[in-house]
Write a protein that binds this ligand. Sequence first.
Ligand code: BES
Ligand code: MN
Ligand code: ZN
Length: 488
Amino acid sequence: MKITFAEQADTEIVAYVVDENGALPDAATSLDEETGGLLTEALSQERFTGKHGQQAYIVLPKSCKARRAVLIGGGKPADRDGRAQEKIGALLVKTQAGSGFKSMAIHIDDAEFAARAAQGAELASYRFDDYFTKLKDDQKPSLESITVVGSNSDAASKAYEPLAAAAAGTALARTLMNLPPNDLYPQTYADRIKELEKYGLEVQVLGEAEMEKLGMGALLGVGQGSVKESKMAIMKWSGGKEGEAPVALVGKGVCFDTGGISLKPGPGMEDMRGDMGGSAAVVGTMLSLAKRKAKANVVGLVGLVENMPDGNAIRPGDILKSASGQTIEVQNTDAEGRLVLCDVLWYAQEYFKPKEIVDLATLTGAIVISLGHHHAGLFTNDDGMAETLTKAGLTEGERVWRLPLGSEYDSLLKSKFADMRNIGGRAAGSITAAQFLKRFIRDGQKWTHLDIAGVAWVEGEKSPIDPSWASGFGPRLLDRWIADNHES
Ligand code: BES
Ligand code: MN
Ligand code: ZN
């Protein structure tokens, strides 16, 4: 969507925000007079009260420049937080995108509100249509441009810049997740990451031979049943002080997770195209940082593999040697995400000495049972990180909820044959997975693990800012967290 800010605009649709039980906003009075009071009349019709998200449409007389006016309920101003603000932009896109009209103005004076509504509109206009070959014109969106009109348009436009960068990262994360696994596999995924160099990121891709030299036997073990070569991509954004230790973002990129020899049941397996959601969050964030030229040093590392059953696949009972030197008895080949992450986490620490690490992964079904679809699970060895990430999540509407770590859970990972096994048992599945990762974190290293299995994609009722299967969870949270905590 083309989004601009101006003090006035000529568009086919004009939208005004009406506070709950409030009057028509000043910006609407001239159109109201021009139409002999059509807008005022709409206020008292069809139960329109200005409740948040309500909409009333007015067909405008031929004498007007615009064709349609929309009144949208803004709710009570005191309740209008960032979520409510972005939802107003999103709902207008949702209802007007297929209206047949190409241009819309949204009248909002407050700069912060205007910027948030614009971000909501941008997020809501995301589409993933490339694989439909029979779409008729009336199934495609008509709306091409939105002008957010207000008296503070310069400030609004400035406030929107970082939000637009975050929205671009979200859109990229969504697309990577939505792409089918026959088109997005480690090599093609790495190619797409490489393309981000045009935004100023430095990208390095390692293949199996290089990872073998590094001893990354856990990650390589997962990919060994696939005909697709495993990869690790490393993205660097160096916008901070020279020589300052970076923040590391680490992502699970299982391009498809069949479960391997511990095969998953058939129904719903197609969702495992999204098992690279953690890596998509990292890649999306790196794009956001580059787009807004963040003043921070950040390195993103993603382990890209496909988990397939095959004559050459790892078996339950196999013992893998991780890059850290620790050995792992594989008791379930479907607990593969932690095997990928442990080697990438090792690499991040060995080569970058990061000040803080955040890893993201669609790691466990158990987190969906504990937290559902509205919070990611947060596990950390640092209270400060728990606090700053929780706050960033609340600001951006990508919420996280802390769960415990503890040595009692760690002992569930004992193996008869190796340093550890890759599953804990039935109880506390998300915690034992986090405990597993913690075994690869060096003493003194600040680290947080986000289990995003419940939030990376959502079936059923969805927020209007999130129209596609993949939510694109991550870039907004991480970009905000970096902006607020790691920039000079
Ligand atoms: N990718 C799955 C986790 C998952 C489940 C993500 C549902 C999104 C939705 C992960 O690799 C997995 O299979 N985990 C197992 C671990 C178990 C074998 C210890 C699980 O959660 O069942
Ligand atoms: Mn699995
Ligand atoms: Zn998985």
